[in-house]
Structures are given as structure tokens and as C-alpha cells.
Write a new protein. Sequence first.
Length: 271
Amino acid sequence: MPTERTSAGDPARTLQLLWRQSSADRRRGPRRGLSVDAVVEAATAIADAEGLDSVTMRRVAQELGVVPMTLYTYVPGKAELLDLMLDAAYARMPRTDTTGQAWHQRVTAVAEENKALFERHPWAATVSTARPPLGPGLMAKYEHELSALDGLGLSDVEMDDCLTYLLTFVQACARAAADARAAQHDSAMNDQQWWEANAPLLAQVLDANAYPTAVRVGAAAGAAHGSAYDPEHAYAFGLQRVLDALTALIDQRRGAEGAVPSRRGQGTGAP
């Protein structure tokens, strides 16, 4: 389960900071020029380099060259700071111009944008956003992403459902990819080296005849991907299945296969 979640701080103060209302950034500490944006940038840099657990008010203050009490005059605490960090990351996301492109290309672009976000900020994939930070970055992101699904015959609720389905998939892939990187880092071995070191141990305890399907399929997947789990393959395969599911729903809502050409019908061979 995620150890951090958004919207866990004081709602009034958080929204004031997110939307930079007039009083939100007026306070000045001893260091001239310090601002909410500077605090967010410093915290984000720490999270990117060392993980979210390393982000504390004391550590951020140290990076900015101020005492912790000064930092609290800009941001009340880590809960509010996390919302600001995530919303700032959303605001900086590139928005792909997919004007005139087929819907599946627009949806694929949304997936790729979020995949890139999590690669740049791995900590973002670990945060629960069941109660999202309702800042300008999130709202711009949501508006942009919904446009990929607009005009396809889906209801407003279905548009939100489809986007949630897509983004949940991308976030899960990002978490799995981060876990794979962490395992490689902690063991100081890539997957091939790890399997070569541990295969003899497994052979001593595993009766291949008792699990014929698992052994056959596992060996085939390992040979195909070079490991038991390939994050890039899992993402590409899963995204195709997400697009297949959305195709079925969109075709159903439009009432006929030809109303909105399905991905298969366009003959591009691409997702």
C-alpha cells in the first residue's frame, strides 16, 4: 500500500497554496527571494534523487540554507508540500498535440505522457491520489486527457471511467518497473545474472514434472524477455489490451463497427 497520499493536509491552506492566492506566497523568511516555488523545487529534487521518504521539512530547509522554522512560514508541512510537488509535476508535463489524430493515437499519447512523468519522477507513482490535489496542474492535465476521449459517444461518467482505467494501468506499470530497478540495484545483479546464480538452487527443490505448464511457460517467457519480468514488454502488451477494451466499449456506444473505426479496422498495425 502507498505510504503517502494526496489531500492529507489542511484543505484550506493547501488550496490557497496550490492556486497561489495572494496571501499564499507573501511571507518572507530571512533568506531574500525564498518562495513557495523554491521550496517545491527543492523538495522535488530530493524526491527525484533519493525517494519520497527522504523529503522532510528539515531536509528541504537544509537544501535551501534556512532553518526549518523558516520553511514552515511558506508551507505548513509535508502533507501540503506533497500536493504542491505533484501538482507542479503535472503542470510541467508536455501536452502532445494530437489534433486530427484517431482516438486510439490520442489515448496512446496520454499513456506515454504519464509513463514519461513517472520515469522522470518515480516517487509520483507511489503516491495514492484517491483524493487528488485539486490544483491548476491537475486540472490542466485532466482537461487535456479527457479531450482524447471526447466526441466518441461515451457519457461523461464513461469518459472519466476510461481515463481512470488507462491511468491506473500506467501507474501500475510504473510501480512494477521501479520495483524491478530497485531489485537490480539492491542485488547488484541484472535479471540474467540473478537467474544464473539462483537456477541451480531452484533445481534442487523444484520437481519440473509436478508443474509442467508453469515450467514450460516460464521458460518460454524467460527466453523471450531475457528475464521473468520485462517492464517495457509488460507496458506495451498491456496498453494494447487497454486499447482493445476501449475499442469494444466505443464501438458499442456508437452502435456499429463503422461509426467509429476500430483500431483493427484502420489497418495501421499500431496501437
